[in-house]
Design a protein around this ligand. Structure first.
Ligand code: NAD
Ligand code: UGA
Length: 463
């Protein structure tokens, strides 16, 4: 099957970068990325240095293809109608209400996409699950397509989960460890697999493209994220033991990671993992295990999240202890709001919870992040306060105790204590000795060297 037009529903952190790379690598394929959010589409069509997703290298990729064979649009129906392949890269957050609330993935956006595809399609389509989904979601999508679609239109559903990490998305897409394509074993299913494989094969070596059945592919994505998160929780749990025993967590990670059976990646201790996916995908996995009656398995994976919460709370407690048990009216500067360096994404960032817990204990907070905008930070906090059902008056009070500054000098000159929450490169190169006021440092990313500072009061996680 010759594919020359594809579209992607969802112009977010996955849809935007993945489609930009497909457009770059396949100039003969017209790629249209659509979204219900006009604001997001406008931003994708706007100035190259203000794209809605910040990723190193993304600007250059979009610059080369936009207007040539890469388009961003809100006309979802037209894009579906014209395409032979439709990717679904919409969000799949944790359910807020109904059955499985707080655990299961909310499939309402995926289901809405499936209905849209069914309603609009007049010709055969290959429908591709790019979003991270519970195992056997393809079954549900097929039901919807059959129920609402035309009888003379054939839909093939493939699972093609995305493994990119934010901050390195373009690098990851150019040189993927693997591309996974799950399809049905039927002749038409295999033809669809081949059509998608032919696209990736333009730049990914064939030995890195793995084809499996649909359910393995869906589950492999959840399991990969669970395994990555599990490594972080494992090392973070050991960071607490290091602090008690005099061992150093970095030395421990290095020693463990040199075993080629373990490997060095994802063994960097932190204040806890953040990001939009690890927690939601783990919860989703736990829910699935419970659903199938596998309570022991569910408990095992749930522990990964519990250790992550423990690590965030432990960090807050270390700060309080650093002030002799009372931080009322003390000013603490939070350095870093993004959930990791090199992204403007703040979803589930540990900084949000840490800040709130410090405010709750009476502290005043100054926040500085080199990339995250002021409004985003305020919105993150308000969102958390609303979800905790705090009264309006309390929200107002906490909000008034937060100051957001635009540069690190203002951040550091107005406070004697700093807490490092994101491992931004610039934090590693501060001229600390010029900033004499800082007397207490709480390093949640273990990026500060003792000799860099005049003070002895440095708490480094895992030491
Ligand atoms: P996102 O929130 O950044 O983007 C999703 C977009 O889908 C939004 O812009 C939203 O407006 C749009 N949308 C929702 N419903 C729609 C509909 N019915 N029609 C048109 N547009 C619609 O989400 P994301 O971070 O790109 O994640 C998307 C999926 O990819 C999730 O399932 C996530 O788990 C998975 N994933 C994310 C990453 C990552 O690094 N962010 C990596 C791998 C996989
Ligand atoms: C993660 C996975 O790495 C991707 O493969 C996956 O596609 C993606 O989730 C997803 O499904 O959304 P991402 O969340 O973007 O990617 O970023 P990571 O690099 O995995 O970092 C996640 C969190 O773990 C960050 O807060 C980071 O600071 C933390 N982390 C990471 C550590 O604390 N220690 C480490 O050693 C690595």
């Amino acid at each position: 099957m010759k594919v020359n037009k594809v579209c992607c529903i969802g112009a977010g952190y996955v849809g935007g970068p993945t489609m930009a790379v497909i457009a770059l690598k396949c100039p003969d394929i017209e790629v249209t990325v659509v979204d219900v959010s006009k604001e997001r589409i406008d931003a994708w069509n706007g100035p190259f240095d203000q794209l809605p997703v910040y990723e190193p290298g993304l600007k250059e990729v979009v610059e080369e293809s936009r207007g040539r064979n890469l388009f961003f649009s809100t006309d979802i129906d037209l894009a579906i109608d014209r395409s032979q392949m439709v990717f679904m890269a919409v969000n799949t957050p944790t359910k807020k209400d109904g059955e499985g609330a707080g655990m299961a993935a909310d499939l309402k956006y995926v289901e809405a996409c499936a209905k849209n595809i069914a309603r609009v399609s007049k010709t055969n389509k290959i429908v591709i699950e790019k979003s991270t989904l519970p195992v056997r979601t393809a079954e549900k999508i097929k039901e919807i397509l059959l129920k609402y679609g035309r009888k003379d239109v054939n839909f093939e559903i493939l699972s093609n989960p995305e493994f990119l990490a934010e901050g390195t998305a373009i690098k990851d897409l150019f040189k993927s460890d693997r591309v996974l394509i799950g399809g049905e074993t039927s002749e038409s299913g295999q033809k669809a697999v081949k059509a998608l494989l032919d696209i990736y094969a333009r730049w990914i070596p064939l030995e890195k493209i793995l084809t499996t059945n649909v359910w393995s592919s869906e589950l492999a994505k959840l399991a990969s994220n669970a395994m990555l998160a599990q490594r972080i929780s494992s090392i973070n749990s050991l960071s607490a033991l290091c602090e008690e025993t005099g061992a150093d967590i970095d030395e421990l990670s290095e020693a463990i990671g040199m075993d080629h059976r373990i490997g060095p990646e994802f063994l960097k201790t932190s204040v806890g993992f953040g990001g939009s996916c690890f927690q939601k995908d783990l919860l989703n996995l736990v829910y699935l295990c419970q659903f199938y009656g596998l309570d022991q398995v569910a408990n095992y994976w749930h522990q990964v999240i519990k250790i992550n919460d423990y690590q965030k709370n432990r960090f807050v407690q270390k700060i309080i202890d650093g002030f002799g048990g009372n931080i009322k009216n003390k000013t603490i500067t939070i350095l870093g709001w993004a959930f990791k360096a090199n992204t403007n994404d703040t979803r589930e960032s540990p900084a949000i919870n840490v800040t709130n817990n410090l405010l709750e204990a009476g502290a005043k907070i100054i926040i500085y992040d080199p990339l995250v905008k002021k409004d985003r930070i305020r919105m993150d906090l308000k969102h958390l306060w609303k979800s905790l059902s705090l009264p309006e008056q309390e929200i107002k009070k906490r909000n008034s105790l937060v100051t957001i500054v635009k540069d690190h000098k203002s951040a550091l000159n107005h406070s004697k204590a700093i807490a490092i929450l994101t491992e931004w490169e610039e934090f590693k190169h501060f001229k600390w000795d010029a900033i004499s006021k800082v007397s207490k440092v709480f390093d949640g990313r273990k990026i500060i060297k003792k000799n860099d500072l005049n003070t002895d009061s440095i708490y480094s996680i895992g030491v």
